[in-house]
Design a protein around this ligand. Structure first.
Ligand SMILES: O=C[C@H](O)[C@@H](O)CC(=O)C(=O)O
Ligand SMILES: [Zn+2]
Length: 276
């Protein structure tokens, strides 16, 4: 499992574009027929993708975890951003259509991923943090999620926030996970931006057309930089960093957090005029 070493807020100020990408962007995760994982030395996050085609894929236990199985001391959020598929956790099968989500609790021994059809493979996005307790493995279907509507077309940020793993939904130890879908004509997310020093956040952009990109903004409000992000790529946001983006075309993204608390609204709000 490759390690992604994030930079601190001091080194960040003098980094080149390549250095910023190296430290805050996880790419080449969604590979057909493969399960890829990246360990991030920030809140001990593991991100990855399982894209099963003909054969099912099993969640490995990388040596770096020094564990008997992946979820021995961890919890795992799974969001399908591809075709229909099946996630099996210790013999229980969960059929996941696009945007359905599964939480595999600490102690889950065997997790496997399969696509219904290799022509339209499922794309299971994986986000994991250490867990101090066992919460039950559970699934939530996209159709059963009640979104919160934010923004407006006039400000190009009309969007729906779907919370899947959170204090009022599937319960977990520290993982908070959901996704945001932009309304047609709106391309901005999380603007005005915020930080939350108590939690780091991970944005995985999906449904970004091949010829399009999302310009993901990061950094302290007074010294922002951007990452140019393609489909299924992941931007890492330390607690000191804003996380916002604008697409050259509409897109969706999965947000996930780990840290001190799980209160979704624990954000330190910034105004657009604060940004430099
Ligand atoms: O801390 C919460 C996260 O940054 C996201 O949920 C924000 C978001 O999805 C949005 O505004 O579109
Ligand atoms: Zn946030």
């Amino acid at each position: 499992m490759k390690l992604l070493q994030v930079a601190d807020a001091v080194r960040y100020e003098r980094m080149t574009t390549d250095e910023v990408r190296e430290a805050f962007l996880a790419d080449e995760l969604a590979i057909p027929g493969s399960l890829e994982l990246r360990y991030i030395d920030l809140d001990r996050t593991v991100v990855g993708f399982a894209v099963p085609t003909i054969n099912a894929l099993e969640l490995p236990c990388p040596a770096e975890l020094r564990a008997e199985f992946f979820c021995q001391r961890r919890e795992l959020g799974i969001l399908n951003v591809g075709g229909p598929g099946v996630v099996t956790v210790d013999g229980t099968e969960f059929a996941l259509d696009k945007l359905d989500c599964v939480y595999a609790g600490r102690g889950s021994k065997q997790v496997t991923f399969a696509s219904k059809s290799s022509d339209v493979p499922a794309a299971f996005y994986l986000l994991s943090y250490p867990a101090h307790a066992e919460w039950p493995t559970a699934m939530v279907k996209f159709a059963d999620l009640k979104p919160v509507e934010l923004g407006a077309l006039e400000t190009c940020n009309h969007r729906k926030i779907y919370k899947a793993i959170h204090l009022e939904g599937i319960r977990s130890c520290q993982l908070v996970m959901g996704f945001t879908l932009l309304e047609p004509g709106s391309n901005w997310n999380t603007m005005p931006p915020h930080t939350h020093m108590r939690r780091s956040e991970v944005y995985m952009y999906f449904d970004v057309d091949a010829g399009h990109r999302v310009l993901h903004l990061m950094g302290p409000a007074t010294s922002t930089k951007h990452l140019v992000v393609a489909n299924h790529e992941v931007a890492i946001s330390p607690g000191w960093s804003i996380h916002a983006g604008v697409g050259t075309k509409s897109y969706g993204f999965c947000w996930g957090m780990g840290g001190e608390n799980q209160r979704y609204d624990d954000m330190d709000a910034l105004t657009i005029a604060d940004l430099r």
